[in-house]
Design a protein around this ligand. Structure first.
Ligand SMILES: N=CN[C@@H](CCC(=O)O)C(=O)O
Ligand SMILES: [Zn+2]
Length: 428
């Protein structure tokens, strides 16, 4: 089994100690940094981590003279692979013309209500084959990997018929099997009411609950169920029904909550026991409190606020209230067309006043909690997957001092190099 050791990082950012519960409050600033730290991996897992001396001792005692690939990280930082817990990854086509419509005054919801937005991507995705979706998405995953993202969540929701939702989820499953990046799927049949059900949204909800969910569960195509709980899309009451039905099929709830209008999505997430509530630009004080009490992770998406020119979520109030905060790109073709999680961290820092330390917690261990993967990834600890980033920066504060810069030099996924010297280097 392949053995690799990374020697002497300026800062080895471990994120240790939060695999059971996400980090909240001040703990979000504790990165578990080991100065001059080293890391040994074997068989895809981390087998030793500590100071240079501690890891050298491990190697002498356990590996003797066996072949070891040695990587020098002197002057660099090493951290867990980033996790992006909210994307609409699999879709066909693009909507560049909408940017100009929005610049001329049309709102995101107006475009959707006129049959554009999500519904435009739905038309293009319906027309695409599963193979074409896999091919289109492949390059997006590559761009994520080049940015240091090693696990990504992916929602359906551009099919909106039984067959097209299954097609999107099957494409995600193929990608999970073929691409080195881990893809974790969420069923989001309730992303919009498709045009053909405009006059009878209840009939569409029936289709989602009675036909889509059983098939998604039977084919084991998703772990989570998400709903766009928004004015003019799905009401709080409809969202609750959908999420409760999902639970009966073993699908863990997530909510697109309080994105554009303060509807009560945060409160709903707490009520149904959602693992996360996402967006939250308009979340109420009561909603934030309810999330803190129920331990719902707030997945904040500052790229969407930036791109929709909307007010940012109140990250500071959430952290003060004890809500675990995670960050994500919300990669999608309408409200956040980017794979740059590092830019998202810059936006979170400068526009939501999250500190350089907090944004790293929010994109590693807390993001892992938002998709139920915190026991496997999100921190550098013995026994966890060797998903590791080496960044060409002397300390983590550099990542937020600069903006729009990709500091990733190398990425290891399950103990194998997938990016080296800034270039993809995996075989499929
Ligand atoms: N708000 C709903 N869904 C996506 C946008 C999808 C789209 O515009 O295609 C989001 O999370 O921002
Ligand atoms: Zn979304």
């Amino acid at each position: 089994m392949k053995k690799i050791v990374i020697h002497q990082a300026n800062q080895m950012i471990t994120m240790r100690g939060a695999s059971e519960q996400p980090k909240i409050g001040e703990a979000m600033s504790d990165l578990g940094i080991i100065e001059n730290g080293s890391l040994a991996m074997e068989g895809g897992k981390i087998v030793a981590i500590g100071t240079k001396e501690e890891v050298e001792r491990f190697i002498v005692q356990n590996w003797g003279n066996e072949d070891v690939e040695e990587v020098n990280a002197l002057g660099k930082i090493v951290l867990p692979g980033f996790i992006d817990p909210h994307t609409h990854l699999v879709f066909a086509g693009s909507r560049e013309y909408e940017l100009e419509m929005r610049l001329n005054g049309a709102s995101y919801l107006e475009i959707l209500q006129a049959g554009g937005g999500i519904l435009a991507s739905t038309r293009m995705t319906r027309a695409a084959s599963e193979a074409a979706l896999v091919e289109d998405t492949w390059s997006r995953l590559n761009r994520f990997l080049l940015q240091g993202v090693t696990t990504v969540e992916a929602k359906s929701g551009y099919g909106l018929t039984l067959e097209d939702e299954l097609k999107q989820l099957r494409a995600a499953k193929q990608l999970a099997q073929k691409h080195p990046l881990d893809v974790v799927s969420t069923f989001m049949g309730a992303h919009a009411v498709p045009t053909e059900y405009k006059e009878d949204p209840e009939a569409y909800i029936k289709l989602v609950i009675e036909e889509m969910m059983p098939k998604v569960a039977a084919e084991n195509l998703a772990e989570f169920c998400d709903v766009f709980c928004e004015a003019g899309v799905f009401s709080v009451e409809q969202s609750e029904r959908i999420l409760e039905a999902g639970k009966k099929h073993g699908l863990i709830p997530k909510v697109h909550a309080d994105e554009i209008k303060p509807l009560g999505g945060a409160e709903l997430a707490a009520k149904v026991g959602a693992v996360s509530a996402d967006h939250l630009l308009q979340a109420s004080d009561e909603g934030i409190q309810a999330m803190a009490e129920a331990g719902v992770v707030a997945v904040l998406l500052p790229g969407t606020a930036f791109y929709l020119m909307a007010p940012y979520a109140r990250a500071r109030d959430m952290i003060a209230a004890g809500v675990p905060v995670a960050l994500s790109t919300d990669r999608n073709p309408g409200s956040s067309p980017t794979e740059s999680l590092q830019l998202i961290m810059n936006l979170a820092c400068l526009n939501m006043k999250m500190t350089p330390a907090e944004v790293l917690t929010a994109t590693t261990i807390n993001a892992a909690h938002a998709i139920g993967r915190a026991k496997e990834v999100g921190s550098l600890e013995v026994g966890k997957a060797a998903d590791v980033i080496i960044m060409d920066a002397p300390n983590y504060a550099m990542l937020q001092y600069n903006f729009g810069t990709n500091f990733v030099e190398s990425v290891l996924k399950n103990g194998e190099f997938v990016v080296k010297d800034g270039q993809l280097c995996f075989n499929t």
